[in-house]
Design a protein around this ligand. Structure first.
Ligand code: SF4
Ligand code: SF4
Length: 474
């Protein structure tokens, strides 16, 4: 034995090759013969192929402790997100909304129904609780309903947080998630003044957007108002990055990814996040009407990604956000702050949501489940519990016990594990328990297929594709 093999995961990638990965996300493809020789300790340590393997710290001829120390440094970098604890704090000032999206995950209230509006006392306690988080960065994201229906409460929370931050001195930022339709010039000027960025939803051209996201007032044209207000926001802000958009794929979006991407470009966005439907709220209740087999989404995703790569090849910088996140994990040692793809899962420890009544949930989807009487992800209430009780309580620990891909059945041996994340909320919602069952898990199917496709593209070693991928990561 003239070399030491270090821990790695592997899977047959195709008939001729294996893919090998290690805990820090280094990867290498080995032909069948090389793979057999490698695991039988028959590779020549002076060969180029062994040197490649050693450069990935999958085997070594050096002192093992030195390589393990190097791996430990990379592993700490990859998990550095854990150091800061909760950074993203989603706050729901009200459940009121003027839309009636077909996949709405929230039990939204009519615009005139004030029964789910936050009180000032609750808002104050929420801000106090948020600043108990040790994170040096605090991002407060307003969710709904549509928070613009209670803009006074949004203002109250922003100003309260800014006041508290005079003493706490964190890196404080705000985002408001809104359908844009109720925003006025005065509101936008206020948001700009307080550095509150805008996150919105755009599902594609008018015929798709308006089917997926109709307004409650059927006489109004959602897409037209959206486009007009987007122009107004950008002209006040003088910065295109002030508003970002997310799309959701309903059954009506399938087969239309090209026109959806074209619409994003027409409206001046330089990225899209091709998102499948989440199985919560109305989306779960309306499954038969608006959902689709995950395989259909995967096919559409690949076509969409190919189209986006071609656009970039033609000189249009445009990024697919989900691929960019995964590529960052695959190609760099750095952590991504994406709550849904972490191990341990980002639930509670990277992001948390504070409902209009002060209830705290580990994730937005946990709050959606509570609307349907499932309180598995409710940590407590800011009006009754301390930060310590909620974020270091028994429930938080119990949830995280089931949320590390390193030890989940199916994930522990998966070659894509270093890049993937656990989602106990989705597992419970879809499969009845927080651990879930990988062979029948839709999220797993989707992630596996996308990882596989991205690795196929990387394996082509096409300098243009590589350049495009790096431009997305940077
Ligand atoms: S998804 Fe958001 S914008 Fe649409 S109806 Fe629900 S709360 Fe309103
Ligand atoms: S969820 Fe699926 S793709 Fe992700 S690590 Fe687990 S088994 Fe692998």
């Amino acid at each position: 034995m003239n070399y030491t093999i270090l821990p790695f995961r592997f899977e047959r990638f195709n008939a001729e090759e294996y893919l090998l990965t290690n805990d820090v996300g280094e990867y290498i493809f080995l032909g069948n013969e090389d793979f057999d020789k490698f695991v039988d300790y028959e590779l020549d340590p002076q060969s180029d192929i062994f040197k490649d393997i050693a450069s990935k710290q999958i085997a070594t001829t050096d002192k093992v402790e030195d390589v393990v120390n190097m791996l430990a440094t990379k592993f700490r970098t990859k998990k550095s997100i854990l150091r800061d604890f909760t950074t993203l704090h989603m706050v729901v000032p009200t459940l009121r909304c003027n839309s009636s999206c077909i996949y709405c995950q929230v039990k939204r209230h009519e615009s005139t129904d004030h029964s789910a509006d936050m009180t000032k006392e609750t808002a104050k306690n929420i801000v106090k609780c948020i600043f108990e988080s040790p994170s040096p960065c605090i991002k407060i994201e307003f969710q709904g309903g549509d928070p613009s229906t209670d803009f006074e409460m949004v203002k109250y929370i922003i100003e309260e947080a800014e006041w508290v931050n005079l003493f706490k001195k964190r890196d404080l930022g705000f985002v408001i998630c809104t359908n844009l339709t109720l925003l006025t010039e005065d509101m936008v000027k206020y948001l700009k003044k307080h550095n509150c960025y805008i996150s919105t939803s755009l599902d594609g051209p008018k015929e798709i957007h308006d089917v997926n996201r109709p307004l409650q007032d059927k006489t109004l044209d959602h897409h037209e108002i959206f486009e007009r207000n987007l122009g107004m926001i950008r002209s006040i802000w003088q910065d295109k990055e002030c508003a970002s958009a997310l799309m959701t794929t309903s059954k009506y979006s399938l087969g239309n990814f090209k026109s959806i991407i074209d619409e994003y470009i027409r409206l001046g966005f330089n990225n899209i996040f091709l998102r499948s439907l989440n199985p919560y709220g109305f989306a779960k209740e309306q499954k038969d009407k608006i959902a689709y087999p995950i395989e259909d989404f995967i096919e559409n995703f690949k076509e969409g990604l190919d189209y986006i790569i071609q656009l970039n090849k033609n000189g249009i910088f445009f990024k697919e956000g989900y691929s960019a996140l995964l590529l960052k994990r695959m190609l760099t040692p750095f952590a991504t702050g994406f709550v849904d793809l972490q191990s341990p899962a980002g639930v509670g420890i990277a992001g948390a949501i504070y409902d209009y009544d002060g209830s705290v949930y580990v994730a937005d989807e946990g709050r959606m489940m509570a609307r349907f009487k499932n309180y598995a992800f409710r940590l407590g209430n800011v009006n009754e519990n301390t930060h310590q009780e909620m974020f270091n309580g028994e429930k938080m620990h119990m949830i995280l016990n089931d949320a590390c891909t390193e030890c989940l059945p199916g994930c522990a041996d998966c070659v894509f594990q270093p890049y993937c994340g656990a989602d106990p909320v989705r597992n419970l919602s879809e499969q009845g328990d927080m651990i879930g069952h990988r062979p029948t898990n839709e999220m797993c199917k989707k992630n596996k297929a996308i990882f596989y496709y991205l690795f196929e593209l990387l394996k082509k070693n096409d300098p243009e594709i590589n350049r495009i991928f790096w431009s997305w990561i940077r």
